[in-house]
Design a protein around this ligand. Structure first.
Ligand code: NZQ
Ligand code: ZN
Length: 385
């Protein structure tokens, strides 16, 4: 195992029906009364959760300022809007209620509100990172990204045509109540769960290839995601499976599986780059890329792919190469089984120039077992046409 230092700052409240008590407990703990309530494009009000949460905040003596309309794949402009609001309204605490998009947007709002300079330029031109934040917490309504667990946020800079990670605040707490995800359309549940599986695979495939304890825990998490997603698709009222998927999402991003490893995340960087041009759904884009990318890793990544094939997909061939290949095809079969797209055209993406631009702008990941050229990455994306 590689060296590591591990410290974890996020307090976790997990459990079906825990939202009310967890939110009240946390609100009674924070300093200041001026809370920014951040949410997405409408689901929170439609489901009735907005009124409930505002009521709980009022019971705790908080004044609520609304920051709604955070879109899937949050934009840099939306971050700036939120940061301006935090400054002008003298916000003491940001409560992000939503999926990865709301949670990510708030992580950067929290940092930008404390900065005079532009956070994108600060991180990408100067390679400097924020140190001061408006405190914040997350209530998860769509699990899968694990965004509530880390301080990385994926933001789309529309003018620059880039969708890239920025470092922002950690949440002081995360509320993981599976009841809040019951209204999420099954299509998004599947896309989110596949995102979790992808985070696991991208971590597992990272350097060094030798299997360590983090990888062995990871194998269990991957099997759990596959099993519980199948169970939830078969029975959307299966609250146990829903809760298991929620905690698996957290486990994939709370750092534990990454200890002693340099992660891969080449598939993610490709998907984000396509997302910058198409605003596509994250989990769906990953589903198109993953099997193709892994077919391109059958040589350099064969040992680890073969182990994943046996431990996770329970398939075995006569040779390491064969086993690795059977595992990749089992993954492709699972993607078809759960109804995720396997081609860009199924997602309305038909323009090859977009794929070329994505391959030309995405990050090349040092943790990947193969150092791809941009032409090879374009070939990976093109094979998804
Ligand atoms: O906007 P509203 O109306 O709320 O609707 C949302 C949105 O349309 C809806 N939704 C959320 N909770 C719901 C609900 N609908 C009904 N009932 C509920 N309880 O779901 C839709 C998708 O929400 P979104 O937050 O966009 O999805 P997700 O959680 O998949 O987040 C995707 C974003 O996270 C980034 C992705 O790139 C993408 O921008 N990621 C962030 C990561 C991180 N910070 O660690 C890691 C990931 O790899 C990922 O890149
Ligand atoms: Zn992801």
């Amino acid at each position: 195992m590689d060296r590591f230092t591990y410290q974890y700052p996020v307090r976790q409240h997990f459990g079906k029906g825990c939202a009310e008590s967890a939110i009240k407990e946390e609100m009674n703990r924070i300093a200041g009364n001026n809370v920014l309530l951040a949410y997405g494009g409408g689901s929170l009000k439609r489901t009735g959760m907005y009124d409930k949460i505002v009521g709980w905040l009022h019971e705790c003596g908080k004044t609520v300022t609304d920051f709604g309309g955070i879109m899937p794949n949050p934009t840099y402009a939306k971050v700036q809007e939120g940061a301006k609001m935090v400054r002008e309204q003298g916000i003491d605490f940001i409560l992000a209620v939503g999926g990865g998009s709301v949670i990510d947007c708030c992580k950067i709002v929290s940092a930008q509100a404390k900065l005079d300079e532009d956070i994108w330029e600060m991180q990408y031109a100067k390679h400097q990172y924020p140190t001061e934040f408006v405190p914040m917490g997350a209530v998860v309504t769509a699990s899968g990204t694990g965004a509530e667990q880390n301080n990385g946020a994926v933001i789309t800079h529309e003018e620059k045509k880039l969708k890239q990670p920025l470092l922002g605040a950690y949440h002081t707490f995360a509320v993981l109540d599976s009841d809040l995800t019951r209204t999420l359309p099954m299509k998004q549940v599947i896309s989110g769960a596949f995102d979790t599986l992808s985070h696991c695979m991208e971590t597992y495939m990272g350097r060094p290839q030798a299997t360590n304890l983090s990888d062995e825990i990871n194998e269990s998490v991957m099997q759990s995601v596959i099993k519980n997603l199948r169970a939830l698709i078969a029975n959307p009222d299966d609250d146990f499976a829903r809760g298991e998927l929620m905690w698996a999402s957290a486990m994939a991003e709370n750092g534990l599986l990454k200890l002693g490893k340099q992660t891969d995340f080449q598939c993610h960087m490709l998907e984000h780059a396509v997302g910058a041009y198409t605003d596509c759904n994250h989990g769906q884009g990953l589903a198109v890329i993953h099997p193709i990318l892994y077919r391109h890793l059958l040589s350099e990544g064969k040992e680890k792919l073969a182990r994943m094939a046996q431990e996770v997909w329970k398939v075995k061939g006569d040779t390491t190469e064969q086993t690795a290949s059977l595992g990749v095809e089992a993954l492709a079969g699972f993607i078809r089984e759960i109804g995720l797209p396997t081609r860009w055209s199924e997602m309305g993406i038909t323009d090859e120039t977009v794929l070329r631009a994505a391959a030309d702008t995405c990050f090349l990941m040092p943790g990947c077992c193969k150092q791809f050229t941009r032409d090879e990455l374009y070939e990976v994306l093109r094979e998804g046409m």
